[in-house]
Design a protein around this ligand. Structure first.
Ligand SMILES: Nc1ncnc2c1ncn2[C@@H]1O[C@H](COP(=O)(O)OP(=O)(O)OP(=O)(O)O)[C@@H](O)[C@H]1O
Ligand SMILES: N[C@@H](CCO)C(=O)O
Length: 321
């Protein structure tokens, strides 16, 4: 999270007064994250997270995210719960933005994940995929293949200022992906952004998942590809096979991948790397003046993409078959 929108004290007090959570004692902008504006809200009843939804979140999608968090919690997935105001609504408006208050989740995210953490994420991801099976709403993935070329166009010819050759590498990867992107894989609700900063642990055990604002209906194995990218590389850019193995084995203990998913894993990993490279590139080139945000490095994902382009089969990620 980050802070793009400032909220005046009086406006906040009036917003919070519509809820049954007591008066505001303190509020603090959260610098972490890049997508929405987030505040740690301390009220007479305890701690909450206040989110103002920004650029990439479409207002019409908010009922999907809010409904999903409630659905998953009912099926045993620990995630933030939207707090309803006295009119029974989870969504309101604050400082000109759509806004919600959600419950505060205990736990810390890990900066240096071990194979044990990767196993925890693999298991939680598979449980999330199963728990979403009877969620009635659908939301197309707005950041899947059809969105990638337009995103690249938004970089507006400036990709090579970030790294020489980045534009050509990206276009070549895009061409390949557009030719071979798989269709018809098993799918349903996916998290689509289950990075380390969205997974909390307490004493080494996974305690909860946050940030469902990219969740959508898409291939389960694509979600796994996102997690392999986000959790299983080392700081020096190498893929850690032990971590990949731990994540995939734990996932498969809950939900076994079928042959088509196994075969598609390398291309799904390429697509996932490209998706995060592109959003990071656009953000890197367009930091709003005055925003409390630290843009994330697009080149980390350019390097991951190069690795995946050399991968021939899922065995190279640690999948034993
Ligand atoms: N429900 C919650 N309980 C406790 N802390 C939270 C909660 N939601 C968010 N946070 C804190 O705020 C930080 C940023 O939140 P989040 O990842 O949702 O933001 P974002 O802008 O959507 O980020 P991202 O860049 O991951 O998309 C988290 O790392 C965590 O420290
Ligand atoms: N998790 C994303 C940010 C949210 O889209 C990234 O690391 O690029």
């Amino acid at each position: 999270m980050a802070v793009y929108t400032e909220v005046a004290d009086e406006e906040l007090a009036a917003f919070v007064a519509r809820y049954d959570i007591g008066a505001v004692l303190a509020v603090k902008g959260i610098a972490e994250g890049v997508e929405n504006s987030n505040f740690l809200l301390h009220t007479e009843r305890g701690f909450y997270i206040l989110t103002l939804y920004e650029k990439r979140v479409r207002e019409e999608d908010l009922p999907f995210f809010i409904g999903l968090m409630r659905h998953l919690a009912q099926r045993g997935i620990t995630c933030p719960q939207p707090v309803l105001n006295r009119e029974g609504e989870a969504l309101g408006r604050l400082a000109g933005r759509p806004a919600a208050i959600v419950t505060f989740l205990d736990g810390m995210w890990v900066k240096r994940p071990t194979a044990g953490h990767c196993a925890g994420v693999g298991e939680a991801l598979a449980r999330l995929h199963l728990a979403g099976a009877d969620f009635a709403m659908r939301r197309e993935n707005a950041l899947s293949l059809p969105a990638w070329r337009p995103l690249f166009m938004q970089a507006d010819g400036r990709a090579d200022t970030v790294s020489p050759g980045l534009a050509a590498r990206t276009l070549s990867a895009l061409d390949d992906l557009e030719r071979a992107w798989p269709a018809g894989l098993p799918g349903g609700v996916i998290h689509a952004d289950l990075f380390p900063d969205n997974v909390f642990f307490i004493s080494g055990r996974l305690s909860g998942l946050i940030d469902f604002y990219f969740a959508c209906t898409d291939a389960f194995a694509y979600d796994l590809a996102i997690c392999l990218n986000a959790w299983c590389f080392e700081a020096d850019g190498s893929f850690n096979l032990t971590k990949g193995q731990a994540m995939l084995t734990a996932y498969e203990r809950v939900r076994r991948l079928d042959d088509a998913e196994v075969a598609a894993l390398p291309i799904l990993c390429r697509g996932a790397a490209l998706r995060f490279m592109l959003t990071r590139l656009v953000d890197w080139l367009n930091v709003p003046p005055g925003a409390l945000v630290k843009p994330k490095d697009p080149l980390e994902y350019d390097r991951k993409l190069s690795f995946h382009r050399r991968v021939a089969s899922a065995a190279e990620y640690g999948l034993a078959r």
